[in-house]
Design a protein around this ligand. Structure first.
Ligand code: SF4
Ligand code: MSK
Length: 640
């Protein structure tokens, strides 16, 4: 099986991935691209969102050509079925982020109560600020007492007794009023996805507009709720990121060290594993096995969390999780949850690699399960590192191939860091936007998807935006993609247009700012809110846009929905399963603009997506009375 015989250069733009795909083919190891080819052609009904299996009268499907059935057994039409499917996808994505947030909250509260080992309050100033925001008195109280009160207040946001989530107070007043008018103010982080599951049960909400509006509310409970809590508390426990230079791609693996890849999303375990890897006793054990050290690297968003706060190098993004094992140099892949392909245990069998699962809610047959227990955090971390070290003698040196040298990249751009670099206020950024040195800002976020050449969408779109003086903010796999492409160093300012380049050079920052993991898209919401407040407008009036060129996950759909509901138009590079309902498409890609001031667009070609985004940004500039270009009047030959 060889992905329909397509050349590796058609599957990914990266030399390290291409080399490892060659290895996989030579050794007969199946990868994600082979499995995609085996699935083709994929189900057309499902691709259009027109299939439903919400009850046992079905499964049902609607004929998109109008010749076959136009209603499911219950009478649901295409609009209802497409909207219900999308609503459930948003609920799943929101729940994933928010449950991650709850895990952090639980450990945060246990730490405040002295019930954990290996954790502490690293950023007391941020804790105080958050306490103030939540109306918690800090005077005369110790750090841990304040932390426990903060935890208790945030637990309330997960319940169903509130009218609005605490951190929605960070959104501009006008945006909050709009949410109120539309009845989409998120009330409870758990409540909204549960209500979505209820509404989409057979015979409940049969109005597609009503379902989709609740989809926005559900996503807002993620962006301004579960994800934001995950980010805030991770910063408080592990440190608010500051600029750091690290390295990326498979070249971060070491030939002569015990290599451990931390994969998944939650920083709770990875943080203590990084500490345990520096334990002198374990280092001595590694040396006794012939290794010169213990090298912890990241994958996917756990990798982003570790790079942002600790400068830990990152081996790759989503589509590298299988290929990293084909280096033959990985002793252990330690996973928590989300975006971890079930296939990793199959590939591990072809090598000496141990897959170690750690979350009791994410088990992998074939993996060694070491249950994560925060009360024994550092002890569990040592156990994991010891297991990896003990595997090292099983490595076959003849099969080790680390195909490239690593590329340097800069990370660590929290909102605090960005505003700090600007002198503590968004005003210099507002001034640069007003003068036109920076035309606007775009959040390029989301995953890899084997349906598109890996990283091409992220890298090409980003490059075309920065060269037209648009600041790019990245998270998740999009950040790793841009890092690999060498677009995330201060010297990468040379790739930017003259205005953006001058701003970056004066501040010593890259034109593409790494803001963290998937849950850290909440940082982008906070920054957008601060910019809107500085200008005295709502977010939808700002020259901003979002893009998810290679998204695949339910979480990405939730992110796109809360970004749009917050007023930022978002361009998707992979078609979502909604095209079976022209009404739903018309609402999401058009009508929504008149409701929340933003909409979705779908454009698979990053060159065209860049053009679309630039038109949008210039239109927003015009709306604010700022100097604006006519993008379509540019002379032929100008790269667009
Ligand atoms: Fe079919 Fe309606 Fe049941 Fe869906 S809910 S499976 S459309 S009968
Ligand atoms: S890891 S959700 S593939 S960004 Fe956050 Fe990457 Fe997407 Fe997972």
């Amino acid at each position: 099986m060889t992905a329909n015989g397509r050349r590796p250069s058609r599957l990914t733009i990266n030399a390290d991935a291409q080399a490892m795909i060659d290895v996989a083919r030579a050794e007969g190891i199946e990868t994600v691209w082979d499995r995609l080819a085996a699935q083709e052609p994929q189900c057309g009904y499902c691709a259009l969102g027109l299939s439903c299996r919400n009850c046992a009268m079905g499964p049902c499907r609607i004929d998109p050509f109008g010749e076959g059935p136009q209603k499911g057994v219950c009478g649901a039409d295409a609009d209802v079925i497409v909207a219900r499917n999308l609503g459930r996808t948003i609920a799943a994505g929101s729940s994933s982020h928010s449950d991650h947030g709850r895990d952090i909250l639980e450990v945060f509260r246990a730490t405040a109560r002295g019930e954990t080992t290996g954790y502490r309050i690293a950023d007391e100033a941020k804790l105080s600020r958050l306490a103030g925001e939540l109306g918690i008195t800090t005077e005369g109280r110790g750090t841990l007492e304040i932390a426990e009160a903060v935890a208790d207040a945030l637990y309330e946001d997960y319940g169903s007794r509130k009218e609005s989530l605490a951190l929605t107070g960070r959104a501009p007043e006008a945006r909050r009023q709009l949410w109120e008018q539309l009845h989409i103010t998120p009330r409870g982080i758990d409540r909204e996805p549960v209500e979505m599951l209820h509404r989409t049960h057979m015979g409940v909400d049969n109005d597609y507009v009503n379902i989709l509006l609740h989809g926005l509310r559900t996503s807002l409970a993620d962006g301004w709720g579960g994800s934001m809590i995950a980010t805030e508390l991770s910063d408080i426990m592990f440190g608010t990121p500051t600029p750091v230079v690290s390295e990326v791609n498979l070249g971060v693996l070491e030939f002569d060290q015990v290599n451990i890849a931390m994969h998944g999303h939650n920083p709770l375990l990875s943080d203590v594993v990084v500490s345990a890897a520096a334990d002198p006793e374990l280092l001595e054990l590694a040396r006794s096995h012939g290794a010169t050290g213990i090298n912890v690297v990241g994958l996917c968003c756990t990798g982003n969390e570790m790079m942002m706060r600790r400068g830990v190098p990152i081996a790759g993004n989503h589509l590298m999780q299988e290929l990293v094992m084909m280096t033959g140099a990985l002793e252990a892949m330690v996973v928590d949850y989300q975006c971890i392909m079930p296939s990793v245990t199959d590939e591990a069998k072809c090598y000496h690699t141990q897959v170690i699962s750690t979350s009791d809610k994410a088990k992998f047959p074939g993996a060694t399960h070491i249950s994560f227990d925060p009360a024994r955090g550092i002890e569990v971390a040592r156990q994991i590192v010891r297991l990896a070290v003990d595997v090292y003698p099983n490595r076959n040196p003849d099969r080790v191939r680390i195909p490239v040298d690593p590329v340097r990249m800069m990370a660590g751009f929290s909102v605090e860091t960005i505003l700090g670099a600007l002198g503590g206020t968004p005003k210099p950024l507002v001034d640069a936007i007003a003068s036109g040195d920076i035309r606007g800002a775009v959040a390029v976020v989301g995953c890899n998807n084997p349906k598109t050449p890996q990283d091409y969408g992220h890298v090409e779109l980003t490059r075309r935006l920065i060269e037209h003086d648009i600041l790019v903010l990245v998270t998740g796999c999009a950040a790793v993609a841009n890092g690999k492409a060498g677009q995330m160093l201060p010297e990468s300012a040379a790739l930017a247009g003259p205005g953006l380049r001058a701003v970056c050079e004066s501040l010593g920052i890259p034109p593409v700012l790494h803001m963290g993991s998937c849950v850290d898209n909440s940082r982008i919401l906070v920054l957008a809110g601060a910019l809107a407040d500085a200008l005295g407008v709502d977010i939808d009036q700002l020259p901003l846009a979002g893009a998810a060129p290679e998204w695949y996950s339910e979480k990405a759909v939730a992110i796109g929905a809360y970004v749009v509901a917050s007023g930022v138009t978002t361009v998707l590079g992979v078609q979502p399963p909604i095209f079976g309902s022209p009404h739903v498409v018309e609402l999401l890609a058009g009508g929504l603009d008149g409701v929340v001031g933003a909409r979705f667009a779908v454009e698979p070609d990053p060159v065209q997506a860049a053009l679309l985004i630039r038109r949008h940004i210039e239109a927003k500039r015009r709306g604010l009375g700022l100097p604006a270009f006519d993008v379509d009047a540019e002379p032929v030959g100008v790269a667009v």
